[in-house]
Write a protein that binds this ligand. Structure first.
Ligand code: PLP
Length: 363
């Protein structure tokens, strides 16, 4: 089984831990002697209610989510949150956005469709290769919230520490591509959201962590499916939740906890990405990293080669060696190696070997 798996550098949906897939296979047709698969169960059954409850408990434990925060497992992807966040948290007034790349721009565009926004910092001038400087003077003291994207999946840059937030403005962060990749202090955030398909499980579930006092901002005239307050009141069960995806997230959380939690995985992620950045740095310019070194992502390593033809050759040669997913996003091109939690360090070591060999034969 192991030897038939490839080196999976997909950006999302992405590689899953092999032990998780194996456990799901074992439990697939008869979950814990129930005589059913999890996907055949009523979402109102005690068995599924336990899965949902346990998944939330494990998520709280792993991320250190305080009791005054609500956890929601929703649908619609991170992209629906781009709209739900301003709908719920900005009933009036304006919201601040920091633009760092593709996804923060998308989030901002959706918020603009629905009301007033202000961009308080951007790294557009330098091609989104860094996190811009943010001073508290730029911030609107009455902003409904401040939105950031903690890891720009396409540009390969990340926030290392949170930006300053004046006046108790809630910080909102899209953590789709680096949730559970290192320890964070949830108390610093008003709301955290993440599509599951990069670091938590299969596509189809979006995790939202929201501080309880912010739920009071949701107006009664919002559609129920888009109303955090209502969704929270129903405990993610306003309608049928994505049951199988939630179960899979539970298995991924078990795997993370068994493997030492976020301190351990954070150190490993730093080591993994460090191997690829080092290969870039010692290549004498053969490989050129997109991100400024201080803001390099530990999840998505983005680099280019001398020209598009050589990049194409690199991608094709990598596919022959059983690497998948290395082609950069169409919006910026180049190469992107996504190194999520589930990607084994052996795959990264193989990539580094491949990069060296490719440079030796084409440099
Ligand atoms: C993948 C990704 C998204 C989009 O997620 P969907 O679940 O497809 O809506 C949004 N933000 C970031 C940072 C991402 O990496």
């Amino acid at each position: 089984m192991q030897e038939r798996r490839i080196h999976n550098f997909n950006a999302g949906p992405a590689t899953m831990p092999l032990p998780v897939l194996e456990r799901a296979r074992e439990e697939m047709v008869n979950y814990k002697s129930s005589g059913m698969s999890v996907m055949e169960m009523s979402h109102r059954s005690p068995q599924f209610e336990k899965i949902l409850h346990d998944t939330e408990e494990k998520f709280r434990k792993l991320l250190g989510i305080p009791a005054d925060y609500t956890v929601l497992f929703l649908q619609g992807g991170a992209s629906l949150q781009f709209a739900m966040i301003p709908m719920n948290l900005r009933p009036e007034g304006s919201a601040d956005y920091i633009l760092t790349g593709y996804w923060s721009n998308k989030a901002h565009k959706e918020a603009k469709l629905l009301g007033s926004t202000q961009v308080i910092a951007t790294s557009e001038e330098s091609g989104f290769d860094r996190i811009p400087l943010v001073s508290s003077e730029n911030q609107n003291p009455d902003a409904a919230f401040l939105h950031i994207t903690s890891n720009e999946t396409i540009q390969g840059i990340k926030w290392t520490t949170e930006p300053p937030c004046t006046n108790g403005i809630p910080l909102v962060s899209d953590m789709s591509s680096n949730i559970a990749s290192r320890p964070i202090d949830v108390n610093k955030y008003g709301l955290i959201y993440a599509g599951a398909q990069k670091n938590l499980g299969p596509a189809g579930v979006t995790a939202v962590i929201v501080r309880n006092d912010l739920l009071d901002r949701s107006l009664d005239n919002l559609p129920s499916m888009l109303n955090y307050k209502k969704l929270a009141k129903e405990g993610s069960m306003y309608n049928t939740p994505p049951t199988y995806g939630i179960y899979m997230i539970g298995l991924v959380l078990d795997w993370l906890i068994e493997n030492g939690g976020l301190d351990k995985i954070g150190a490993l992620n730093k080591e993994k990405s460090g191997l690829v950045y080092q290969a870039i740095d010692v290549s004498n310019g053969f490989y050129k990293g997109h991100a400024q070194p201080q803001d390099r992502s530990h999840m998505n390593v983005v680099f280019t080669l001398k020209n598009d033809a050589l990049t194409q050759q690199f991608i094709e040669a990598s596919q022959k060696e059983r690497f998948v997913g290395l082609k950069g996003h169409k919006s910026i091109g180049g190469v992107r190696a996504s190194l999520y939690n589930a990607l084994p360090i052996e795959a990264v070591q193989s990539l580094v070997e491949f990069m060296k060999e490719f440079q030796r034969t084409n440099g």
